[in-house]
Ligand binder design. Structure first.
Ligand code: M6R
Length: 620
């Protein structure tokens, strides 16, 4: 069927890479050790390519790192030059064929890749025309074939690689090992991380510092648009655009190994909050055909139910506003543990159940969709985990491209889920003719500004949030309030504070507060208002005044220079100007994630592992 082939058409990866050129010893042992230190980046298969006596040798398979290393006797491979790759597929089933490294047609050029080649289909078609055969479903495999093709024009390897890199659209960190130049490694990056290192023993490249930290603490972070050539004495860096050489000194890393695994951050949660500009940029690189496919299902359904748990449910709630405002589609968000009781008797063949789960393994969510499938509903998924149960049971799914999230509190996965929903709503609006071309263009432009907005929100508020957390660290109660889509932001902010600081907190649509919650407000109670500019702005001012009149401490998150809000507030977190309300949950949740993190740390709690909670709740 049409959708099945689409699901498996493109393999995209979030992975770990390690390469080395050594003076003596067994490079493969450093490579497998380096890969183990990169396991946090996710893994479903691994592969290693070595140059031994001038020949290229390759071993790879799917499975757990330790098992594959042992089963394939990888540590017995010889050679001083080699590279390895641990892969975490974000589309399609992991298997041996799709595992990296990938080879060119001659079997002389091996390449590993972390990232997404957006134009791989057109490049592949072009190569097929020239009689190249492909064995995998990956976007990556086109790259070694392109290098092979370029070399036919009688240019050297370096120039062939430069020419190919100039043609790639998307993101990549690549490493090339080849018997054509058996003493060297070529590596390059564009928007996926790659770091170089040198020691007296050799030269290294890796996705991240921890992989090489046992061998050197002298590193050079490759920048976007740079190619590096490594040999046993060091490296040379050049710009991909014009081949000119780049001089940049080494940096000394002072982190411990444990700190390095968190890239110098004290906790995974802070690392993951800070990663959001990148995860959001990745979330904007979804393959068009997946968006189209899910949108077609949404368009056809008689009713659209959105189901999920915890943070993923909050993204569904935000989505219900986005679908309504942008695509004029009514959707029904429901927490998955309530799905069967609430809609179990009415869900049926005409229902679309769009299910969201970071892990793809949440018991309540899987139970809900089991029921929906039994009733012949169409189950669609949004997840961060390829190969999870959700991807197996969904008719079609989108992988949100957030990268592994290790902290128990969901942060970057929330913002990416909302971003995926916004893209679906935009596509549906276009399909249904609900927005003019100008409106669509404007929405698209705003969507693409979101990662920068988040970057700015993070940069400008770090110190401000620390200061605020200091003031709030002994508060015994928080009330989170927002109108419209900001009610979802309020709920998610509340969940963050609640789950990692254990401070009792409430969240309500602000208009609802006068129907009950206002009775708990007295002098000094902290009320956190989420106030983006937009349709709800004037209403939220009324809600703030109600709480202020009862002595509440008003903490507002609003646009920079929003004096209507600022003059009513005791504390303000100012956000970049120009975020449309429909997209506001993405940047506006960021200060609340940071605030909850700072509060937890000030209380001496471990935000990565809050009590009684698990990253994935797989029990009833
Ligand atoms: O993996 P899922 O998205 O299905 O997980 C759902 C919830 O368990 C999860 O969002 C949980 O609420 C988080 N700890 C929130 O930070």
């Amino acid at each position: 069927m049409e959708y099945t082939s689409l699901i498996i058409q493109c393999e995209v990866t979030m992975c770990g890479i390690f390469g080395t050129v050594l003076k003596q010893g067994k490079a493969v042992e450093l490579i497998t050790d380096g890969l183990k230190r990169l396991e946090y980046r996710g893994y479903d298969s691994i592969g290693v390519a070595m140059i031994d006596n001038g020949e290229l040798h390759l071993r790879k398979d799917m499975g757990k790192l330790e098992e594959v290393i042992e089963n394939l006797n990888i540590n017995e491979m010889n050679g001083l030059v080699g590279m390895g790759h641990t892969r975490w597929a974000t589309h399609g089933a992991p298997n041996m064929i799709n595992a990296h490294p990938h080879l060119d047609g001659s079997g002389q050029i091996a390449l590993v890749h972390n990232g997404v080649i957006e134009n791989f289909m057109e490049l592949k078609d072009e190569l097929i025309e020239k009689d190249h055969n492909f064995v995998s479903r990956t976007d990556t495999e086109v790259i070694p074939h392109l290098i092979q093709e370029e070399m036919k024009a009688d240019v050297g390897l370096k120039d062939a690689i430069l020419r190919v890199l100039r043609r790639l659209k998307g993101s990549y960190a690549i490493v090339v090992v080849t018997s054509l130049e058996p003493d060297k490694i070529y590596c390059a990056r564009h928007e996926s991380p790659l770091v170089l290192g040198v020691s007296g023993e050799g030269t290294y490249c890796a996705s991240d510092v921890p992989a090489m930290l046992p061998y050197t603490n002298k590193v050079n972070y490759l920048r976007n648009g740079e190619l590096a050539v490594l040999d046993v004495d060091g490296y040379q860096i050049m710009k991909i655009s014009d081949g000119s050489y780049v001089e940049r000194g080494l940096e000394e890393i002072t982190w411990s190994l444990e700190m390095a695994e968190k890239q110098g951050y004290q906790h995974y949660m802070l690392k993951e909050i800070t990663e959001q500009p990148t995860s959001l940029r990745d979330g904007l690189r979804l393959q068009e055909q997946y968006i189209d496919l899910i949108t077609q299902f949404l368009d056809r359904g008689k009713e659209v139910l959105l189901t999920a748990a915890g943070t993923s449910y909050h993204s569904c709630l935000a989505a219900s506003y986005i679908f309504s405002k942008i695509a004029r589609l009514t959707t029904y968000p429901v927490v998955s543990s309530e799905f069967i009781e609430r809609y179990g008797s009415t869900v049926g063949i005409d229902s679309i159940v769009l299910t969201v789960s970071q892990s793809g393994e949440t018991y309540d969510t899987l139970k809900a969709i089991d029921h929906a499938r039994m009733k012949a509903a169409t189950v669609l998924g949004i997840t961060n985990t390829v190969g999870s149960t959700l991807t197996r049971v969904s008719r079609a799914y989108i992988v949100q491209q957030s990268g592994p999230e290790i902290g128990v509190a969901a942060t970057k996965t929330f913002t990416s889920q909302v971003l995926v929903f916004a893209q679906l709503a935009m596509r549906l609006a276009k399909m249904r003719g609900k927005l003019s071309q100008d409106e669509l263009d404007e929405f698209d432009e705003n969507l693409h500004r979101v990662p920068d907005m988040v970057e700015e929100a993070l940069a400008r508020n770090d110190d401000r949030i620390k200061e605020l957390a200091e003031k709030l660290k002994d508060d015994k109660l928080f009330l989170f309030l927002g109108r419209g889509i900001s009610a979802a932001t309020a709920l998610e902010g509340r969940l963050k504070v609640l789950e990692i600081t254990y401070v009792p907190s409430l969240a309500y649509p602000a208009g609802e507060s006068k129907h009950g919650p206002i009775s708990i407000v007295e002098d000094g109670v902290a009320c956190i208002f989420i106030c983006p500019r937009g349709d709800t702005h004037s209403h939220i001012i009324g809600s703030i005044m109600e709480m202020k009149a009862r002595g509440a401490k008003i903490i507002s998150i609003c646009e920079e220079g929003d004096n209507d809000i600022i003059r009513l507030s005791d504390e303000v977190i100012e956000m970049p100007i120009g975020i449309p309300e429909t997209l506001s949950p993405i940047p506006y949740i960021v200060p609340l994630q940071l605030l909850s993190y700072r509060l937890a740390v000030m209380k001496g709690l471990d935000p990565d592992m809050p009590r009684n909670l698990a990253k994935s709740v797989t029990v009833p």
